[in-house]
Design a protein around this ligand. Structure first.
Ligand SMILES: [Zn+2]
Length: 90
């Protein structure tokens, strides 16, 4: 796993709420509510294990902050090689 792969959350953001998942900019404090989440831990597995999930699913709380990857759009997740999680269509 490269360092870059783990750094999809820009360091200028911090997690202020897990439910709903909310990040804030450390400079201007504007809020960001990502739509999709993934765990960087899964990068150590196979490509098939790279899954993204809706930010309002339980995954938003389950993934540890240091492993949390966020996406604003599914296309962004897909372009990083992530596939929809098992329950994405629920
Ligand atoms: Zn800002």
């Amino acid at each position: 796993m490269s360092v870059n792969e783990k750094r999809y959350i820009k360091p200028e953001f911090k997690v202020v709420s897990r439910w709903p998942l909310t990040l804030t900019c450390i400079y201007c404090e504007h809020e960001v509510l990502p739509k999709y989440v993934a765990s960087a831990e899964w990068h150590e597995g196979t490509l098939e294990s790279k899954r993204y999930h809706s930010a309002d699913s339980h995954w938003a709380r389950k993934i540890r902050v240091e492993n949390l990857i966020v996406f604003d759009a599914e296309s962004e997740a897909r372009s990083r090689g992530f596939k929809p999680g098992k329950y994405m269509r629920d």
